[in-house]
Design a protein around this ligand. Structure first.
Ligand code: SF4
Ligand code: SF4
Length: 413
């Protein structure tokens, strides 16, 4: 991001925040405010602090730093503000200016910069750490320890290794997959389910070589230039593909590559869609043999914040689940408390937000969502229920269908 670009962003934020009438609507679903109950830990308090900080009348301090970095960037405030003020845009701007303020976060940022720019190497390092844990207790280093604490094991293979093309006979179109880091390296089975489901609907599927992290974790730490570098690399890879859509397994990635890249100086990948958005427009084959089990199960759909608040997705996944024979129970919606580095930096707050979800989903037999990160977080705190990605439900349906049994070619490039 150029310095002129960041000056513009800062000016825009100050102008927007100056129009705030302090009505407080934005804090109604603010997860940190719900836990802490103090003004400074809520969206309105942050909006007031950020205006003062960005216009230069408030100096950086440890307290200000905490107020700005305990925002989980869920976007609920933006959605609720009657004046359309981009509170999270101001939070990003504040973080950019505070990025070097806290030593612990500086170290985390350094590690993440190194890891996310070289995804394949980082994956091999993670695998090594997993294998060597008995000899070198590397899990004592916080970010690695968090994986352990959450019960996450690093699989022996990632989703991609070079470009892959999954073809079907007489395709009706071609779709690219933006897998995202979690699905790529921690939950590769989700990528497999997405590819098989797309193939079953007669789409050729391409996993292009060169996908890197969408940049959300770096932008969350205020490292805009590094996030912009990743954005440029992804846009270079995905914008030259001749595909009808770029389908993402993680709504945060989809929101970033489609919307936030524009703020980083790019054009964004405009035909990016999340799984629910893509499959809601498709006729999915039905498999009647599991209908009975479905009717007996009480399903809750957990709305990932970025799908709900930025992509506007809430009807589509419920429609898909109902079409597949599930009864979907409704409960008050809320964040899972993951937030990427938020879980590492503020584990207690993250845990109390998760506890609220555990209570809310108490009577459900199964939780379905469409974000691999929400799945890891929910599984770490709700161990007595199945937590599934929507694409696994979709795949279950297409597996037994005629198209689902077709063989597909796989070309490695
Ligand atoms: S909802 Fe909008 S106008 Fe109201 S306090 Fe929040 S930011 Fe200000
Ligand atoms: S993005 Fe979420 S956590 Fe941050 S201020 Fe807005 S509502 Fe609160």
């Amino acid at each position: 991001m150029s310095s002129a670009g960041s000056r513009d962003a800062q000016r825009r934020s100050v102008t927007e925040l100056a129009s705030c009438v302090r009505c407080g609507s934005c804090k109604a679903h603010c997860p940190s405010y719900r836990q802490e109950g103090t003004e400074g830990m809520g969206a309105r308090g942050r909006a007031i602090l950020l205006k003062q900080f960005l216009e230069g009348s408030l100096e950086p301090s440890a307290l200000l730093d905490e107020r700005i970095f305990t925002c989980i960037l869920c976007g609920a405030c933006n959605k609720l503000c009657p004046l359309g003020i981009d509170v999270t845009g101001a939070v990003y701007e504040g973080r950019r200016r505070l990025s070097a303020f806290n030593r612990k976060r500086r170290l985390l940022g350094l590690g993440m910069r190194l890891a996310l720019k070289r995804p394949s190497l980082s994956f091999r390092v993670l695998q090594f750490i997993e294998g060597a844990n008995e000899v070198f207790p590397l899990h004592r280093i916080k970010p690695f320890g968090v994986l352990r604490q959450m019960g996450i094991t690093v699989p022996g293979f990632g989703l991609r290794d070079g470009e892959s093309l999954f073809r079907v006979p007489r395709p009706r179109g071609r779709v690219a997959v933006f897998a995202g880091c979690t699905a790529n390296f921690l939950s590769p089975h989700l990528g497999g389910a997405l590819i098989r489901s797309l193939n079953a609907l007669r789409y050729d599927v391409v996993l292009p070589k060169g996908e890197v992290c969408c940049g959300a974790p770096l932008m969350g730490l205020g490292l805009m230039d590094d996030a912009a570098e990743l954005a440029e690399r992804n846009m270079h890879v995905f914008r030259k593909l001749k595909v009808e859509a770029v389908v993402g397994l993680c709504p945060t990635c989809v929101h970033f590559i489609r919307n936030e890249y524009r703020k980083l100086g790019g054009e964004g990948i405009v035909h990016a869609l999340d799984v629910a958005q893509f499959f809601a427009g498709e006729r999915l084959p039905s498999d009647s043999d599991t209908q009975e089990r479905r009717i007996a199960s009480r399903i809750v759909y957990h709305d990932p914040c970025h799908a709900l608040n930025y992509l506007g997705v809430s009807v589509e996944p419920r429609q898909i689940l109902r079409e597949r024979g599930f009864t979907v129970s409704e409960t008050e919606r809320g964040c899972c408390g993951f937030g990427g580095s938020f879980r590492v930096l503020y584990p207690e707050l993250s845990g109390s937000i998760l506890e609220e979800r555990r209570e809310a989903y108490r009577s459900a037999d199964m939780i379905v969502t469409s974000c691999p990160n929400c799945i890891l977080q929910l599984r770490s705190g709700i161990r007595d229920k199945e937590v599934k990605h929507l694409v696994e439900i979709i795949e279950e349906g297409v597996k037994g269908s005629r198209h689902g049994r077709r063989k597909h070619d796989r070309k490695q490039g």
